[in-house]
Design a protein around this ligand. Structure first.
Ligand SMILES: Cc1cc2nc3c(=O)[nH]c(=O)nc-3n(C[C@H](O)[C@H](O)[C@H](O)COP(=O)(O)O)c2cc1C
Length: 181
């Protein structure tokens, strides 16, 4: 049986939600980092991520201007810096001054990669779409990197800003990803 509830109450069932860090660099060279839960792989060939960023975030303005971002999957060891980056805006603050994350130069775009993260993708914005109070940026992957860290180190949002990891319990079942017809 289903019962009606307000949308705010029901939308929480999307948790746990993986967290990515979006790294941008403005035209004067300032690096900013913005955690997002609203992201997904949106194209397979070529590979492209879609990220959804709130209209008034500093990141949105930089992305509209520069059309480049790094999508980083941070490891749980980096959770404090991730939370910090999600608690202040880059309009006036230089977040890089208050975090321990180490940057590595990207190959094809200006925003840097994050050392010791699980994975990083250099992305070039191919399209942007209005999404009500957010903007969707479709970023084609032009380079990708991995570390020796495991997906189990990935950061998940369990509910409102309570961040943890996801551990698979029991046996996993194989599913067929190539249905015919
Ligand atoms: C776990 C977590 C997930 C978040 N997910 C999103 C998201 O999907 N989209 C978004 O626009 N903001 C999201 N935020 C909020 C931004 O990260 C936050 O407002 C940040 O300070 C914006 O930085 P900026 O103004 O420098 O771009 C999230 C924050 C946290 C902590």
């Amino acid at each position: 049986m289903l019962k009606n509830n307000d949308i705010e109450g029901v939308v929480k069932y999307r948790f746990p939600e993986a967290v990515a860090l979006i790294i941008t660099k403005n035209k004067t060279g300032k690096v900013d980092l913005c955690p997002v839960g609203f992201f997904t792989l949106a194209s397979w060939e070529p590979k492209a991520w879609v990220i959804s960023v709130y209209k008034t975030h500093y990141t949105t303005s930089v992305l509209k201007d520069t059309k480049e971002f790094v999508l980083c999957l941070p490891s749980f060891e980096q959770v404090e810096d991730v939370l910090y980056c999600g608690s202040v805006h880059g309009w006036k603050i230089d977040k890089t001054k208050n975090i321990k994350l180490k940057f590595i130069q990207s190959k094809h775009i200006k925003p840097p990669l994050i050392d010791n993260s699980i994975a990083c993708f250099e992305c070039k914005v191919a399209e942007e779409y209005d999404a009500m109070d957010h903007v969707l940026f479709l970023g084609e992957v032009v380079a990708s990197y991995e570390s020796n860290k495991n997906w189990k180190d990935k950061i998940y949002n369990w509910d409102d800003k309570k961040l943890g990891t996801l551990k698979l319990g029991g046996k996993s079942k194989k599913i067929n990803y190539s249905p015919v017809g």
